[in-house]
Write a protein that binds this ligand. Structure first.
Ligand SMILES: [Zn+2]
Length: 251
């Protein structure tokens, strides 16, 4: 695949880059989408029975067990070349004093595993669990919980710190993501169709503010119509090329 000269220039000269990733980059690491994960014992449930505040209230045992099993899958998954490339780009941009912001819709924590230092997690993280009583949150990197729902020292029930259907996105994350979309001059949309809130809003915000839009996806999406450059392919194949171009500038 050829990277257009104009994009190469933009990557080497643009001081402000914002990247937004979605399920596609995680799928390349073997993380199933929410619906694909509803297999085996879980196939009989509706998403509303597993991923809503009401479901947690009705059956906290079932909901936390479901998330804990998915947490194990995320912990055993390995970041792929796409995740690593974005961590390299973050370093390259920061080394030259430029601005780089990574926004993700994924909850698996793979960007952090790959070494990205600053990640805006719009939908929270399945690795972080918080108490519904006292709100204390901490990362859980060990094996399955012994009982469900897991309990806080205060006795309260703990839940995954992810956004459920019908819940608001974390306000601080949305604010930072919006600011990053407004102020960038290159916006990369990776592995997401970009049509659902908040992805669509962020992409549109960047576009209206005058940023060049780059899309990285195996197939065209509705967002492709907004893209200045559509780079067809998997994140794991395309992003390392972009990272290499970015790093070449340092030499
Ligand atoms: Zn507590």
């Amino acid at each position: 695949m050829n990277i257009p000269d104009e994009l190469i220039q933009a990557l080497q000269q643009t001081a402000r880059v914002t990247v937004m990733t979605g399920a596609g980059i995680s799928q390349e690491s073997g993380i199933p989408t929410f619906r694909d994960a509803m297999e085996g014992l879980w196939a009989k449930y509706d998403p509303a029975e597993l991923a809503t505040p009401e479901a947690f209230e009705r059956d906290p045992e079932r909901v936390t067990r479901w998330y804990d099993e998915r947490r194990m899958k995320c912990l055993s998954a390995r970041p792929n070349a796409g995740h690593h490339a974005l961590a390299r780009m973050e370093s390259a941009f920061q080394d030259r004093g430029d601005y780089f912001v990574l926004i993700t819709q994924n909850i698996d924590g793979l960007h952090r595993s790959a070494g990205s230092r600053d990640v805006i997690e719009l939908h929270g993280s399945i690795r972080r669990w918080r108490c519904v009583a006292c709100n204390r949150a901490r990362d859980e990197d060990g094996g399955l919980f012994e009982t469900y729902p897991p309990r806080c020292e205060c006795g309260g029930m703990r839940r995954p710190d992810v956004v459920w259907f019908g819940e608001f996105l974390p306000e601080a994350a949305v604010r930072r993501a919006t600011a990053a979309s407004l102020s960038c001059n290159l916006f990369l949309s990776v592995g997401t169709s970009g049509v659902v809130y908040p992805a669509a809003d962020l992409l549109n915000t960047a576009k209206v503010a005058g940023a060049k839009i780059v899309e990285v996806n195996p197939e065209p999406t509705p967002a492709s119509a907004f893209a200045d450059w559509m780079l067809p392919g998997r994140a794991g194949d395309v992003l390392p090329k972009l990272a290499e171009i970015t790093e070449r500038k340092r030499m």
